[in-house]
Write a protein that binds this ligand. Sequence first.
Ligand SMILES: Cc1cc2nc3c(=O)[nH]c(=O)nc-3n(C[C@H](O)[C@H](O)[C@H](O)COP(=O)(O)OP(=O)(O)OC[C@H]3O[C@@H](n4cnc5c(N)ncnc54)[C@H](O)[C@@H]3O)c2cc1C
Length: 380
Amino acid sequence: MEFTLSDEHRMIRDSVREFCEEEIAPIAQDIEDEHRFPAEIFDQLAQLDVMGVPVAEEYGGLGGDQLMYALVTEELGRVSGSVGLSYAAHVSLASKPLELFGTDEQKERWLRPLAEGDYVGGWALTEPESGSDASDMNTTAEKDGDEWVLDGTKQFITNASEAGSVLVKAVTDPDAGYDGISTFIVDPREDDGFEVTTIWDKMGLNASPTCEIQLDDVRLPEDRLLGEEGDGWDQTKKTLDGGRISIAALSVGLAQGAYEAAKGYSKEREQFGQPISKFDAVRDKVVAMERKTERARLLTHKAAWKYDRGESVTKESAIAKLDASEAAREVAEEAVQTLGGYGYTTDFAPQRFYRDAKLMEIGEGTSEIQHLVIGRELGL
Ligand SMILES: Cc1cc2nc3c(=O)[nH]c(=O)nc-3n(C[C@H](O)[C@H](O)[C@H](O)COP(=O)(O)OP(=O)(O)OC[C@H]3O[C@@H](n4cnc5c(N)ncnc54)[C@H](O)[C@@H]3O)c2cc1C
């Protein structure tokens, strides 16, 4: 197995890193404190042409691969978990399914504006009463003449309050189990009956809106059905295989940001007449941070590399997400510790990485569910 970065991979990564340091890092704490979605940052990411990295150029994307997308997501996470999370939901969950399962007309109408960054997108699977057991949903879509009528509540939907389109999962045949779920393209700005009822206050990631949505008699024309009726669950599994790679990449970014902050600080801060990095206990922490971050990055790149070869990545993406999310939390926690009292203040970034990292063990399938997925793939 060999996965190497091409010149193009490095070029995109480096230009995104430069943008992140110049434009995102200086406001990363402010947007959290203000609970503000930084629309201007997403406009600039569109100018950099990275809002549709793994989407074909034909539909306004960059035509890159999953590895390139992972590199970009990592760079965003290295400075802001919120920007990274909204970006990952936009690309993996809201855009990619349109490319994979949409008609040419749907791609032109719905994918192009997402890939070109005219607005962000959302993806609505979770409900108040169905999270890990996601197929057990209550949202319904019933046919009425040549329209679909959607009713239900969706929970914790990233970007919904800012989105130009949201892909909504709903039951179209209550007797068909997994084969009774379908996906619909909803326009939150134009479709009557769509309402964001809550934007949650969270322990981190507050610049990335997490929304409860009410769908009340939302009437959609037939061409809003994505793929075939009954394909919604199968699409969900494929979407999450790719999505988990991006959550892994985002976790690697959070770990990298925390590691760099701790390493830099440990060389500057003096106690007992020498830099604290000279104490074995501190040095070992920083070494462990580097080891965990690099291990998570390799697992993430391996999953992305296999994805790009068209192979099944259910196991690899779950392993990468499980490992990288755990690494991000552990590295960020140790980074707070390395900065001592300063690490506990919002003047320094590690506390933010620590709070943001926790979500990575919950979203797109909790760590417990990743264990289930991996066990199933191992035939256990
Ligand atoms: C910030 C944020 C952003 C999100 N963005 C989106 C989004 O854009 N779109 C979307 O659809 N969803 C989104 N989610 C929802 C997220 O995917 C769910 O919260 C997650 O899947 C867990 O579901 P739940 O919260 O209902 O927890 P539950 O499923 O109720 O789980 C509670 C606990 O029980 C454990 N558990 C459940 N079942 C099992 C089992 N079989 N074996 C072992 N343990 C189990 C879980 O691991 C967890 O520890 C987001 C959530 C957050 C917090």
